[in-house]
Design a protein around this ligand. Structure first.
Ligand SMILES: Nc1ncnc2c1ncn2[C@@H]1O[C@H](COP(=O)(O)OP(=O)(O)O)[C@@H](O)[C@H]1O
Ligand SMILES: [Mg+2]
Ligand SMILES: [Zn+2]
Length: 261
């Protein structure tokens, strides 16, 4: 049996070192390296996308035979959101919504979910609030609809089978830091967990054509735990910013893979 290996992973940028370092040589942050155990080879998740999801439906095909369908974006009635998304929501895209705790990410995503649910089936997964807390907020915001499903859950394996059954058009994951893959030994919210959770979400988006919104908290340093990895894995990165004491909020696009302009 292969023995369990230890490595140190920077929780800010994902840099991996075989030994402990006080300062990350990659992002220069102090005290961000955390010990993580690497599972033995057999249980290793080094090819998570293929091993865990078994999506092998793609075959090589001549380019002349490839069906071309123009992306049809669906628009929300929030003009600013459509704009930062490059004209609307692209089906099958993975969108990161980052921002400080308390800035209004959950509120925004619940409103967006309510709107999108007029056009399709939406699954709002929350690892932070109970169904009745979400219902209370929804009532206050005037969000409703029998196509909007609220789902308090954090276990990615359970969430994936629910998605296969329910077949929603879009999924909201609130937040990536609260989700966990039980087979992984690393703590919830660690870089290892976030990386695998995001890989799973990418597979759901690309493999099933489901739009996935991932909420991610930003830490004091201005970064989501494992943010650099996240930013590279998703299609679009939006940051939700504003003054906590005033009532304006700004959505800023950091990365966009589906820009049309
Ligand atoms: N656009 C907004 N303008 C003013 N207040 C807001 C807005 N969005 C949310 N809030 C308020 O801010 C608080 C935190 O919102 P929440 O959505 O829970 O933040 P997050 O999910 O980012 O932690 C709530 O009390 C909510 O009512
Ligand atoms: Mg929230
Ligand atoms: Zn680092």
């Amino acid at each position: 049996m292969a023995k369990v290996k230890t490595q140190y992973v920077c929780q800010n940028c994902g840099y991996i070192s075989p030994r402990y370092l006080g300062r990350c040589p990659n992002c220069n942050e102090w005290n961000t390296l955390v010990e993580e155990t690497v599972a033995p080879k057999a249980a290793s998740l080094s090819a998570p996308s293929l091993r865990r999801n078994g999506i092998h439906d793609n075959k090589p095909e001549p380019i002349d035979k490839v069906a071309f369908h123009r992306e049809n974006r669906f628009k929300t009635s929030m003009e600013e959101l459509n704009r930062v998304l490059g004209g609307g929501v692209v089906p099958g895209s993975l969108i990161l919504i980052g921002g400080d705790p308390g800035i209004g990410k959950s509120t925004l995503m619940l409103q967006v979910s309510g709107q999108l649910s007029k056009a399709g089936k939406i699954l709002y997964v929350s690892g932070e609030e109970s169904a009745s807390q979400i219902k209370m907020r929804a009532t206050r915001l005037g969000v409703n609809g029998d196509q909007l499903y609220v789902y308090p859950e954090t276990d990615m394996d359970v969430i994936k089978s629910t998605i296969s059954e329910l077949k929603p058009d879009a999924v909201v994951i609130d937040s990536v830091q609260t989700m966990q893959i039980p087979e992984l030994q690393s703590a919830t919210g660690s870089v290892a967990q976030i990386r695998e959770v995001t890989a799973d979400l990418m597979n759901i988006a690309k493999g099933q054509g489901i739009t996935v919104f991932v909420v991610g908290h930003v830490t004091k340093g201005g970064a989501i735990a494992g943010p650099k990895i996240l930013e590279h894995m998703v299609d679009t990165v939006l940051y939700f910013e504003g003054d906590l004491h005033h009532s304006y909020r700004i959505l800023r696009t950091v990365k966009k893979s589906f820009w049309v302009d």
